[in-house]
Design a protein around this ligand. Structure first.
Ligand code: PRP
Ligand code: URA
Length: 208
């Protein structure tokens, strides 16, 4: 069974609370999503493997530590885009793939419309980004798509998750660890996270 890493950092909790607020406008929402992703990126890269290489400082020779595994950042469109810049800030050499999925409003089933991943994704540590993990359908299908391209090291990063979504990803992909800013109470009858923050894509891009 995979591990669920729930962020308990006061800065993350503070920023998620403002993100949730219905009075937070699009500009502020985008900025907060960036800042939260930056903090979560620090946590979800905590145990990346390092290799040693000799380096020269102005004072002499020493051993430097460098990230061993190449990283692939993969946002789930649209809302995952709001987390990309922060992750790239932390890992500028990462490659970026995109998965296009939207949830059919009636069936709540994810509908796939785009998938473009780095050709060497199989060799990379994949960070799959989506602010919301609701039923878990979008994340579970995205992970399946990434695994079909050979990737074996995948981490899912969500700002807010429902218990139902976590359970589904763990059931379908027990090898994928989940990094989540907050675990909320439940899903409502139309598949929205409660208390959640509403529709992440709409709030991020001002399409409410
Ligand atoms: C939202 C969100 C996730 C998905 C979560 O996207 O960004 O991708 O819903 O729901 P699930 O866990 O039940 O699958 P949405 O489908 O609204 O698409 P959008 O980002 O294009 O608006
Ligand atoms: N997608 C969102 O953007 N918000 C939810 O609460 C559930 C799915």
């Amino acid at each position: 069974m995979s591990t669920v890493h729930v962020m308990d950092h006061p800065l993350i909790m503070h920023k998620i609370s403002i993100l949730r607020d219905k009075n937070t406008d699009t500009k502020e929402f985008r900025k907060l999503a960036y800042e939260i992703s930056l903090l979560m990126g620090y946590e979800c890269t905590r145990d990346l493997t390092l290799v040693e290489h000799p380096i020269e400082t102005p004072m002499g020779a020493t051993v430097g530590h460098f990230i061993d595994k190449q990283v692939a950042i993969v946002p789930i469109l649209r809302a995952g885009l709001g987390m990309v810049d922060a992750m790239l800030e932390l890992v500028p050499a990462a490659r970026v793939g995109h998965i296009g999925l939207y949830r059919d409003h009636d069936t709540l089933q994810p509908v796939e419309y785009y998938c473009k991943l780095p050709p060497d994704v199989a060799q990379r540590q994949v960070l799959l980004l989506d602010p919301m993990l609701a039923t878990g359908g979008s994340a579970a299908d995205s992970i399946t798509m990434i695994k079909r391209r050979g990737a074996t090291n995948i981490r899912l990063v969500n700002i807010i998750a429902a218990p139902e979504g976590i359970a589904r990803v763990q059931e379908e992909h027990p090898d994928v660890d989940i990094y989540v800013g907050a675990v909320d109470e439940k899903l409502n009858e139309i598949g929205y996270i409660v208390p959640g923050l509403g529709d992440a894509g709409d709030r991020l891009f001002g399409t409410l």
